[in-house]
Ligand binder design. Structure first.
Ligand code: SF4
Length: 363
């Protein structure tokens, strides 16, 4: 398996201006994505997780320039996406496709499936009429639909079938990379597994590379090779999926994972309920963005943005995690166990005692 990165995202920023008053003057900005970096090797899947509003969907759309990034860079197969002119970007969009969350809103209700699938082929001038028909049939077949689908309208299908049509629309252009933006969260639970398995099969069969955006941690674990966790516009942790689920280091990741039901006693974690609301991305807290909700926050967390600490490909932005890794001489599992213990102790106490509980981690 090659490990050549197909996609490199470097310090990506996407800020949206906030306008106020009659003259709609810019009075600030919403920092939806603020300094996100990662890469995805060919044929690999990166799962991107976090609460609603953390910026994960904006990351996916910024990569394809469906929203314009305001800083950083995205490189696809070595070429800078941000530096591309309209013609190069159109050509690139054939190679990078997106499947949206809502299979009801993402398909034009006035077009037949033939029109929906053929539109991209015409825009990208792919093949003549006969060749386009063959491509459309092939894409439908790959997603488990028949050619009879072509002459029907989206409203004639169930949610799962519509999502298959949306996937076929992406596949018909023969892309190399797919952004899958919550592709199953609008579907009935009974058909979610079918669509997930279809995506996994297509990846193997066609050698695709995925950015899989979801808040469903169990599905992300099943689908992904690597997982990145976002909080308030930033990545807080990233690692190989198995390593991250086995030994999460960041307090926010621990809190997220503690909410996942499991029948495996070895992985059962004490539930950590975070208090407080997610701060506004237009006024993110200084220092660590998670500090107002973090049971382990210390004075340094309120002042200093935690830099990245990386060990064996496991990256974390947390002062306490960095210290625990140093103390455990690089034993990620030992560091993770000690942070989990302190989190469980801190979250079991009233807020005023939480800082004292985190003292179990101090020298
Ligand atoms: Fe952030 Fe500090 Fe909590 Fe780490 S311990 S997540 S740096 S507030």
């Amino acid at each position: 398996m090659t490990t050549q990165p197909l996609l490199v995202v470097e310090n990506l920023q996407t800020h949206f201006p906030v306008r106020r008053g009659l003259l709609r003057r810019v009075s600030g900005s919403v920092q939806a994505v603020d300094g996100v970096s990662f890469s995805i090797a060919k044929r690999r899947t990166l799962g991107l997780v976090g609460e609603s509003g953390c910026g994960k969907t904006t990351v996916g759309r910024s990569i394809l320039r469906l929203v314009e990034p305001t800083g950083g860079d995205v490189r696809f197969a070595g070429a800078s996406v941000r530096g591309m002119n309209a013609r190069d970007l159109r050509a690139l969009r054939r190679r990078m496709q997106i499947v949206f969350q809502d299979p009801y809103g993402s398909l034009n209700p006035r077009m037949t499936v033939r029109g929906i699938l053929e539109e991209g082929l015409v825009i990208h001038r792919m093949g003549d009429a006969r060749d386009r028909l063959a491509r459309m049939r092939r894409a439908l077949d790959r997603t488990g639909l028949t050619a009879a689908t072509l002459e029907r309208y989206p409203h004639e299908f169930s949610g799962g079938q519509r999502q298959r049509i949306a996937i076929a629309r992406a596949l018909v252009l023969e892309p190399e990379f797919l952004v899958l933006d919550e592709p199953i969260s609008a579907l009935d639970v009974s058909i979610q597994a079918q669509v997930v398995n279809l995506l996994v099969e297509l990846r193997e069969e066609l050698g695709l590379t995925y950015l899989f955006i979801s808040h469903d941690l169990s599905v992300v674990e099943y689908v992904s090779d690597d997982v990145a966790v976002m909080y308030l516009g930033r990545l807080v942790e990233r690692a190989d999926a198995a390593a991250l689920y086995r030994a999460p280091l960041h307090p926010y990741t621990l809190a997220l994972f503690s909410a996942v039901p499991t029948i495996d006693p070895a992985r059962r974690r004490r539930r950590i309920v975070l208090t407080g609301d997610v701060p506004s991305p237009s006024r993110p807290p200084r220092g660590c963005r998670f500090h107002p909700r973090c049971p382990l926050a210390e004075s340094v967390c309120r002042e200093v943005d935690p830099p990245a600490t990386t060990l064996d490909g496991h990256l974390v932005h947390c002062h306490v995690a960095a210290r625990e890794l140093e103390r455990s001489a690089g034993d990620v599992r030992a560091a993770a166990a000690s942070i989990a213990e302190a989190m469980a102790a801190a979250s079991a106490k009233p807020a005023s005692d939480a800082a004292a509980a985190s003292g179990t981690l101090k020298a």
